[in-house]
Design a protein around this ligand. Structure first.
Ligand code: FEO
Length: 171
């Protein structure tokens, strides 16, 4: 059985993951509107990953006998200035999410909930990867000044990203 503070904290995280998904879908729509189909695809995959994160937290609460209560999803930005700015915002967002996951781990440690600590470790590691991936994209964008032929080539590369469910259904 989940302790109440853990249940409350994970419920908040479920909402944060859906909010992330919504934000990345909005960014995907923006990219599509400026003809950056590869970046739109990258963000759509990002959206799918966030949905998978939300669902994984959802399933965990139920598995531990807890109750999920879905709250309204906050508004997200719909207008952006350019490709560089979108990825700067993405990095800032992921850094915020890292903080949320760390806070969640702090609650699990405080409550001596070892099962939740073990469950959260995947997300701790994932955040390192999330931040590194976006930092790499930002470095590339800076190298090409976020424009011209380089940007077109980069957009083509972003088209290759495919969604792989990190949590395939248990047998
Ligand atoms: Fe659910 Fe982008 O972390």
């Amino acid at each position: 059985m989940l302790k109440k503070p853990i249940e409350i904290a994970i419920n908040k995280q479920i909402n944060a993951e859906f909010h992330s998904a919504y934000l990345y879908l909005s960014m995907s729509s923006y990219f599509q509107s400026i003809g950056m189909a590869g970046c739109a695809n990258w963000m759509k995959v990002q959206y799918q990953e966030e949905l998978a994160h939300a669902t994984h937290f959802f399933d965990y609460v139920l598995e531990r006998g807890g109750r999920v209560e879905l709250a309204p999803i906050g508004e997200v930005e719909v207008d952006f200035d350019n490709v560089l700015q979108v990825f700067q915002k993405t990095l800032a967002h992921e850094i915020t999410v890292t903080g949320l996951i760390n806070n969640l781990m702090d609650v699990a440690i405080h409550e001596s909930d070892h099962a939740t600590k073990s469950f959260l470790q995947w997300f701790i590691d994932e955040q390192v990867e999330e931040e590194a991936n976006v930092e790499q994209i930002l470095n590339n964008l800076k190298l090409i000044n976020g424009e011209g032929q380089g940007l077109l080539m980069m957009d083509r590369e972003m088209q290759a990203r495919v969604f792989v469910n990190p949590f395939p259904a248990k047998a």
